[in-house]
Write a protein that binds this ligand. Structure first.
Ligand SMILES: *[C@@H]1O[C@H](CO)[C@@H](O)[C@H](O)[C@H]1NC(C)=O
Ligand SMILES: *[C@@H]1O[C@H](CO)[C@@H](O)[C@H](O)[C@H]1NC(C)=O
Length: 379
């Protein structure tokens, strides 16, 4: 992806904009730096980090799901709950804005417009199929729409959308393959670490998950993708759900300098390192495709630097009840009587698992500068 006719002035403008991004102001919209890449479509595979309304449409529980009800969506005008797992917008929404495109519609919204892309992400989805996870004694209680299923939807969609002309029609499309895989680990840690703290067993999932993501990248290349971002995992040891589950009886030395659980963040880093290696292999195999790593981990860590100056609440969830981290799995956000804080724009965590709109906005502000260089949009 390149931009024609770059001048010194344009390069200067871009550098100046990138520097401005280092100190984002809390109320501004995402800066449109990435619009220079001139993508005309975005396609997203993933889980609740990116789902803009698929789970509430595919699940038999539908409108009874917490994400279909307030306080989810409370930051939107008219407090509209859209199925997004946050108080408002997600990272993919801010990416779309930064690209100068409309917000991405969920593929399960059959009447929606998909001219500028489609969102296949499903909240709760895993990279591995439910059958493979069951083999490892892990259950997905939310959805069976894992990566392979989402890829099948994508294939069906392109069959209608671009027929035999997909390579041309998709040449300026951006593909986001993930974040995905986080739930494979979440379910494993939250389900069977109850009995034994057997991280080694969970480590065995990492090569399987990464191989599955690698396979998904090859699949989207076969559909016609030429620019692909493959995001890694967040520092999961910083999330209130994990701090509550494993942090309460922990020794001080089990926390890192940001008061996150060291072991879990090492685990996320282990996954991310494997993923980066897989991306390097893919880039070598497909030199005509741009495949870059989306550093969600580093982007999240920026919030800790900003947090001190901006008066951010870094540990407690905004929406929840009780305990050190305002999180209790027996009374989570969306359950009857569970209230949200009044000022979600001061919180990183929305419900103990997902982030607030404001955290997502700041993360994208950082990421789009990083991606801008990696995608070589400044050529
Ligand atoms: C996933 O599929 C299995 C087997 O068909 C089924 O028993 C289970 O209810 C499904 N799970 C969800 C959450 O839909
Ligand atoms: C969660 O709530 C239950 C029921 O009120 C309580 O027994 C439990 O101690 C709480 N757990 C935490 C971690 O605060």
């Amino acid at each position: 992806m390149g931009v024609k006719g770059t001048s010194i002035g344009a390069v200067f403008f871009v550098i100046a904009s990138a520097l401005l991004l280092l100190s984002p102001s809390p109320s501004a919209d995402a800066s449109p730096l990435l619009s220079a890449c001139r993508f005309d479509q975005v396609y997203q595979l993933g889980d609740s980090i990116s789902d803009t309304g698929n789970l509430i449409r595919e699940s038999p529980l539908g409108a009874a799901l917490p994400f279909a009800r307030n306080p989810y969506g409370q930051t939107f005008s008219h407090h509209k709950a859209t199925g997004r797992c946050s108080d408002g917008l997600l990272m993919i929404d801010y990416f779309a804005q930064a690209l100068g495109l409309p917000l991405l519609n969920p593929i399960k919204d059959t009447k929606a417009n998909f001219e500028h892309g489609a969102n296949f992400a499903v909240a709760g989805a895993t990279a591995l199929s439910s059958a493979v996870l069951a083999h490892h004694h892990v259950t997905n209680p939310v959805t069976n729409s894992s990566l392979d299923i989402q890829l099948q939807w994508m294939k069906d969609h392109f069959h209608k959308f671009c027929h035999n002309d997909c390579e041309r029609k998709l040449q300026n499309a951006l593909f986001m393959v993930g974040e995905i895989g986080g739930n494979d680990y979440n379910y494993a840690f939250l389900q069977y670490l109850d009995e034994a703290r057997d991280t080694l067993k969970i480590l065995e999932l990492v090569p399987l998950v990464v191989a599955k993501i690698k396979h998904a990248v090859e699949k989207v290349i076969s559909f016609g993708a030429r620019t692909i971002v493959v995001p890694g995992n967040f520092p999961m040891g910083c999330l209130p759900i994990y701090l509550t589950k494993f942090g309460l009886e922990s020794e001080v030395d089990e926390f890192d300098e940001n008061h996150c659980i060291w072991l879990l963040n090492s685990f996320a880093t282990f996954h991310n390192d494997h993923l980066k290696k897989a991306i390097a292999e893919l880039q070598e195999k497909y030199p005509y495709v741009t495949i870059v790593y989306g550093d969600y981990y580093a982007a999240y860590e920026q919030l800790f630097n900003l947090g001190e100056t901006e008066g951010f609440e870094l540990q407690k969830a905004c929406c929840g009840v009780g305990g050190l981290y305002n999180f209790n799995e027996t009374r989570m956000c969306g359950f009857p009587g569970v209230k949200a804080c009044r000022d979600p724009e001061r919180y990183v965590s929305w419900d103990g698992i997902h982030l607030t709109q404001e955290a997502y906005r700041m993360i994208v502000d950082w990421l789009q500068a990083d991606l801008f260089w990696k995608l070589r949009c400044h050529h």
